[in-house]
Design a protein around this ligand. Structure first.
Ligand code: HEC
Ligand code: HEC
Ligand code: HEC
Ligand code: HEC
Ligand code: HEC
Length: 182
């Protein structure tokens, strides 16, 4: 009787532990590692790696505003009018341009509405390299979400760079939190 009870109890304890860990992981592992297939076989490794096209040539909005943005197809055609113009993947770009459609790129990073992140504050003001937050994109065929993008990640870097951060939730002034929540 006693032995059965102990076995039952250990099953319950392990079960509860696994449940807690998976729910926490689901909450906090915000798509880290996500690297979806895209509608056009566009490769960052080829463009930003092998051909060393600067990130800001395509993601020019990152210097000026909140979003880095995805480049319009017109920009691709600056090169592809002449480079590999008849390859099937490039014809998809031409078709989009001719029919006035946009390409339905699949979003890699999803960020919650209740927090505020601004690229220009980091790229222009903070001089933080894209790779510090996105990893070695120039080696990726499909872009992969490299970091967790959770609050602790933001605050860890701010601490490292000596940016005033809220110490803890009890004694921090509301204005500290309002830098990223409003
Ligand atoms: C020739 C243009 C071009 C260059 C150069 C380029 N990108 Fe991109 N980038 C794109 C396109 C198009 C997409 C959307 C398709 C995709 O996700 O692969 C994209 C997507 C991304 C995404 C994912 C956005 C999302 O959906 O969340 C990140 C992050 C990114 N690029 C970072 C970089 C970094 C960092 C560099 C430099 C190392 C760079 N890119 C260079 C065109 C470019
Ligand atoms: C301090 C960290 C940080 C730096 C530096 C950074 N990013 Fe981001 N990036 C993020 C976060 C967080 C998100 C998700 C938030 C969002 O979607 O606005 C994101 C989203 C993106 C996206 C998709 C959404 C959008 O804003 O268009 C692209 C593309 C991107 N980054 C490209 C870049 C490029 C290119 C650089 C360098 C010029 C860069 N990022 C620098 C943290 C960073
Ligand atoms: C600065 C010049 C430049 C720009 C801008 C550029 N590319 Fe390219 N792209 C290249 C070069 C060079 C190659 C390699 C061509 C080859 O191997 O024949 C290439 C190859 C490709 C290929 C592979 C073609 C194949 O099937 O072999 C695709 C797909 C592609 N690019 C998509 C894009 C998209 C989408 C954009 C816009 C977001 C873009 N490119 C912007 C220069 C560019
Ligand atoms: C440097 C930016 C930054 C600051 C400062 C900041 N947060 Fe956040 N916070 C975030 C981001 C980004 C998220 C979304 C990602 C996540 O859920 O971890 C978030 C998520 C949260 C969440 C929901 C998820 C969770 O972790 O429970 C709460 C609650 C929260 N923040 C409270 C606060 C409070 C209270 C303060 C002030 C003491 C604060 N935050 C300061 C960036 C920040
Ligand atoms: C890799 C380092 C790094 C990461 C990660 C990072 N930041 Fe920053 N952040 C900086 C730097 C550097 C500055 C510029 C400080 C200055 O010089 O004004 C900055 C500035 C800011 C500012 C402007 C206000 C201030 O305190 O100066 C906000 C808001 C902010 N970051 C939010 C975020 C959020 C939200 C995240 C996470 C999604 C995040 N940051 C992740 C380095 C980082």
């Amino acid at each position: 009787m006693k032995k059965k009870f102990l076995i039952l109890m250990s099953v319950v304890v392990v079960g509860v532990g696994v449940f807690v860990i998976t729910t926490e992981a689901q909450r906090f592992n915000y798509n880290q590692g996500y690297a979806p297939e895209q509608p056009i076989k566009y490769s960052h490794k080829l463009h930003a790696g092998d051909y060393q096209i600067p990130c800001l040539y395509c993601h020019f909005a990152a210097e000026k505003g909140r979003h880095a943005g995805i480049p319009p197809v017109e920009l691709c055609m600056n090169c592809h009018k002449r480079v590999a113009p008849d390859k099937p993947e490039i014809l998809k770009i031409k078709d989009a341009l001719n029919s006035g459609k946009t390409i339905e790129w699949i979003k890699v990073h999803h960020f919650p509405d209740f927090a505020y992140f601004n690229h220009s504050q980091h790229v222009s003001v903070g001089k933080v390299a894209c790779q510090e937050c996105h990893g070695p994109v120039e080696t990726m065929v499909n872009v992969r979400q490299e970091k967790m993008l959770n609050m602790g990640w933001c605050l860890d870097c701010h601490r490292l760079k000596g940016i005033a951060a809220p110490t803890d939730h009890k004694n921090a002034g509301a204005s500290d939190c309002a830098k990223c929540h409003y």
